[in-house]
Design a binder for this molecule. Structure first.
Ligand SMILES: [Zn+2]
Length: 261
């Protein structure tokens, strides 16, 4: 047995545990429930969930996706968030090894998962995720290079500033809010973690994914077509994860093939 085995095992457990905490944030933050550390209850019958029914992934499988008391179905989002978070942690462990980049990437990925699901359902990006995220991004850049502190600060300004400009421009052109304050703070947070080059790449990717998905979505749903129900945050989150993983390769490809350097 390799010593690596234990580290991977620990990261799996930690990834699932944080994923379980993300489920709490995703459920409670947009509903303005303050008791983040309160015990969980079944949203249907309000019975408190005992610890042995609250084990990430395993409880969902044992209970076959239903509440033990009232049999109400438990959203498959719970195990999905836990597995997604765990998978990204494993991916970053593989990518970064045991460097300080690893916890920074994990923190960013978990924040993005929470934002993805909250913004998708409620069209809100909570300050309680983005503001601490900005602080963690900037502080970690003192120790993590790339991006390094200077690039992280520029990334913070370029990330937030670009969307702020889009917000002003959109309001001036369409006379209505085109970009929310939550999106601006989210972009500033991403910029603080990845630096200015990658945050620009993320805008490009997010806009591209957003445009494609929105067109397909509008073709199939009248509800989406009539109201403005498509948030930008989830696309930004997907693009950010892709760029954090493949960004260096994408940037190198771009420089070599399009700038001829
Ligand atoms: Zn129940």
């Amino acid at each position: 047995m390799q010593p690596d085995f234990y580290i991977y095992g620990l990261v799996v457990l930690f990834g699932l545990a944080v994923g379980s905490f993300l489920n709490v944030l995703i459920y409670r933050l947009p509903r303005n429930k303050k008791m983040i550390f309160e015990r969980s209850e079944c949203p249907n019958c309000r019975t408190r969930i005992p610890f042995y029914d609250n084990i990430p992934l395993i409880s969902y499988l044992i209970l076959l996706g239903k509440c033990r008391i009232c049999n109400a179905p438990i959203s498959p989002r719970y195990p999905a968030v836990e597995m997604l978070n765990c998978a990204l942690y494993l991916f970053f462990l593989h990518l970064d090894g045991l460097t300080l980049q690893f916890p920074a990437h994990c923190f960013l990925a978990s924040s993005l998962i929470a934002i993805f699901f909250i913004d998708f359902e409620f069209q809100i990006i909570p300050d309680k995720i983005t503001l601490p995220g900005i602080v963690v991004g900037l502080v970690s850049s003192i120790f993590v290079n790339p991006p390094g502190l200077v690039n992280a600060l520029i990334g913070f300004v370029v990330g937030g500033g670009s969307l702020l400009a889009v917000a002003y421009l959109g309001e001036w052109l369409f006379k209505k809010e085109a970009m929310g304050g939550g999106d601006i703070k989210m972009a500033a947070m991403i910029g603080a973690f990845v630096g200015w080059q990658k945050v620009l790449l993320i805008f490009l990717g997010g806009a591209l994914i957003g445009a494609v998905v929105s067109i397909i979505w509008m073709l199939f749903s009248k509800k989406v077509r009539s109201k403005r129900l498509i948030p930008f945050g989830p696309f930004l989150a997907i693009a950010a994860v892709v760029v954090v993983i493949y960004g260096d390769r994408l940037l190198r490809f771009y420089i070599e093939n399009f700038l001829g350097m």
